[in-house]
Design a protein around this ligand. Structure first.
Ligand SMILES: O=C(O)CCC(=O)C(=O)O
Ligand SMILES: [Fe+2]
Length: 205
C-alpha cells in the first residue's frame, strides 16, 4: 500500500515512485507470465489514439501489449488485479477520487522502441485519472535506456524501469515519454479510471 507521504506526493507533485508495492514472489510470477505470453506470440503492436484517430505507428509508440484479465490457470493475473483494486479503494478512501475501475496491460518494448511524449487521458474521454506503471526488468542499468521521462513544471524526471519499481502519476496533466530502449523492456501499464464525466447529450425536439 502507499504511505500517506506517497499519497501527498501524488497529489501535490503529480507523481510518486515506490519500491515494494508488489511483493517479490508476485513480481517474479509477473515476469514469467509476460515472458510466456511473449513466447506464445500473444502480444500485439500497440496503437495510439481512439476511435477514428486510432493508428499504429512504431515511430510514435513501439511496444507490443497484452491486456491483463483474470485467468483460472494463471492465478498471478487475478492476484495482481486484486492488489491494484485494493489500491484503487485506498485511493478513493484517502483522496476521494471516485475511481471505479482499474485496467492494465503487459508491454514489451523491443530494442530501438520508445513512446513519444504524450498524456494518457484521451481528448474525448476523461475516465483515466491515475496512471500506473510496474517495471519487470531485473538487472537494468541507466545505460540500457528505456527510462520513463516525466515532464514537470520544475524540469524532467527520469524513472529507471528496474524490476520492482512502480510509478503512479496523474493521467490528465503529466506529460511523459518512454525513452528509446537498448534492451527488451518489460512492464505493466495501468490506469485507475472513474466514471466518465462527459456532458449528457441534449436530444433536440
Ligand atoms: O512504461 C512506461 O514507463 C509508460 C508507458 C506509457 O506511457 C503508456 O503506456 O501510456
Ligand atoms: Fe503513457
Amino acid at each position: 500500500m502507499l504511505s500517506s507521504d506517497d499519497l501527498d506526493l501524488l497529489v501535490t507533485r503529480g507523481f510518486v515512485v515506490v519500491e515494494g508495492l508488489l511483493p517479490d514472489y508476485l513480481l517474479t510470477a509477473l515476469v514469467a507470465d509476460c515472458q510466456a505470453l511473449d513466447a506464445d506470440d500473444a502480444l500485439r503492436p500497440a496503437a495510439v489514439g481512439r476511435g477514428e484517430g486510432r493508428t499504429r505507428d512504431a515511430s510514435l509508440r513501439g511496444d507490443a501489449i497484452r491486456w491483463i484479465d483474470p485467468h483460472p490457470e494463471v492465478p498471478v493475473r487475478g492476484e495482481f488485479l486484486a492488489r491494484l483494486d485494493a489500491l484503487r479503494i485506498e485511493l478513493n478512501r484517502q483522496l476521494m477520487l471516485g475511481l471505479d475501475h482499474f485496467e492494465a496491460h503487459y508491454a514489451i518494448y523491443p530494442p530501438g522502441a520508445g513512446y513519444v511524449r504524450h498524456v494518457d487521458r484521451f481528448r474525448d474521454d476523461d475516465a483515466r485519472t491515475v496512471s500506473f506503471a510496474a517495471y519487470l526488468n531485473p538487472d537494468w542499468s541507466e545505460d540500457d535506456g528505456g527510462a520513463l521521462r516525466l515532464y514537470l513544471p520544475g524540469g524532467e524526471v527520469d524513472i529507471v524501469p528496474r524490476l520492482g519499481t512502480c510509478a503512479l502519476f496523474l493521467s490528465a496533466s503529466i506529460e511523459h515519454e518512454v525513452l528509446t530502449t537498448q534492451r527488451p523492456r518489460m512492464s505493466i501499464a495501468g490506469w485507475f479510471r472513474r466514471r466518465p464525466l462527459l456532458p449528457l447529450k441534449v436530444v433536440p425536439g
